[in-house]
Design a protein around this ligand. Structure first.
Ligand code: ZN
Length: 351
């Protein structure tokens, strides 16, 4: 019985051991089957690994776009400053003319006293000019008295006649300071008596149209022209210039215009005078539009077509343009401008 028990316990032991072996072997064989699953899982993981690669390229892409974006913004700022610099100078000049009109009211006050006192001094020497005395130039302030001329943006109560008289006074002083003798057709305050003009015109043998004299003390262009002819016969001056201020509806138009008549006895010399004046203005104002404008007899201004001496008409700027109107009312600008006119007149006399 003990042997049987011992035999069974041994069998039991063997069975247990065998069972344990089987279990361990079953685990190994199971892993081999699952390897297929594992391979399947590994396939499943491949996309995962792709996803991992995707996530991997992400950082790879990240630096690329970063580097791509980095160079892109780099040129951008390079371009940005360039147009900024280009645009900056453009608005600057645009702004410059804008503030100028702001100075117009200020400048308006300045010329008033300048024009008013000076002409009071001029009429005396003008009228006491001695017959037969040689002069160099005759200046005609455009308009005057009941003929105001244009106004534009010159300022409240300021007209072309005020500017031309003031400029004529300054030009006369400039030329006299350089040693030249100057006549004026008028000074804005006094004008020659119309009967005296005709009487003196008769005395010097001038032909003229009496019917064109207004007989109303206005001293229009035709009368001023005949008077300048009288002065020429009496004083043999070399050149005549009539000063004016221009006006057009287009406020952006600027520049200085020199006119002469192409169809009278003095055309050849007037052309030289106009050319010298144009050159002098261009030399002093290289950025300005300076035009030399020939006019046939029908279209020419009276002061250039009826004159018997070399003559020009100078439009000194546009009252319709804010910037030039401000210039015309600026005392410092006027003083510089008459220097350029004087240069032109003297260049003609010396030619
Ligand atoms: Zn005029």
């Amino acid at each position: 019985m003990k042997k049987l028990m011992k035999k069974r316990s041994i069998q039991l032991f063997i069975m247990i051991m065998a069972g344990m072996l089987l279990v361990s072997c079953g685990k190994n064989s199971g892993s081999s089957e699952k390897s297929g699953d594992t391979s399947t899982e590994s396939v499943m993981f491949e996309p995962t690994s792709e996803a991992t690669e995707t996530s991997t390229p992400e950082p790879t892409d990240t630096p690329i776009p970063t580097s791509t974006e980095t160079p892109t913004p780099t040129p951008e700022p390079t371009d940005t400053p360039t147009p900024t610099i280009t645009e900056t100078p453009t608005p600057e000049p645009t702004d410059s003319p804008t503030p100028e009109p702001t100075e117009t009211p200020e400048a308006t006050a300045t010329p008033k006293p300048t024009a008013t006192p000076k002409p009071t001094n001029t009429p005396v020497p003008q009228i006491t000019v001695k017959p037969g005395e040689k002069y160099d130039f005759c200046i005609d302030p455009g308009h005057g008295f009941a003929d105001p001329g244009t106004q534009g943006l010159l300022g409240k109560g300021i007209y072309e006649r005020d500017v031309t008289v003031a400029m004529a006074m300054l030009l006369k002083a400039e030329l006299e300071s350089r040693g030249y003798k100057v006549l004026l057709t008028h000074d804005g305050v006094n004008q020659p008596n119309e009967d005296d003009i005709m009487k003196q015109a008769d005395e010097v043998g001038l032909e003229y149209d009496k019917s064109r004299f207004t007989k109303n003390k206005v001293f229009y262009a035709y009368e001023r022209t005949i008077w300048s002819n009288v002065l020429y016969r009496q004083h043999a001056y070399d050149a005549f210039i009539s000063l004016h201020v221009n006006y057009v509806k287009n406020a952006s138009v600027t520049g200085y215009h020199v006119y002469y008549c192409t169809e009278n006895d003095c055309t050849a010399k007037s052309k030289v005078l106009a050319t010298k004046m144009t050159e002098a203005l261009k030399a002093s104002y290289p950025k300005k539009t300076v035009k030399l404008i020939p006019k046939n007899y029908a279209d020419a201004y009276q002061v250039t077509k009826y004159s018997i001496m070399p003559s020009i008409l100078l439009e000194m700027g546009f009252a319709s343009n804010a910037g030039e109107a401000a210039d015309l009312m600026n005392e410092e600008w006027r003083k510089e401008y008459v220097k350029a006119i004087a240069d032109g007149l003297i260049a003609y006399k010396n030619s």
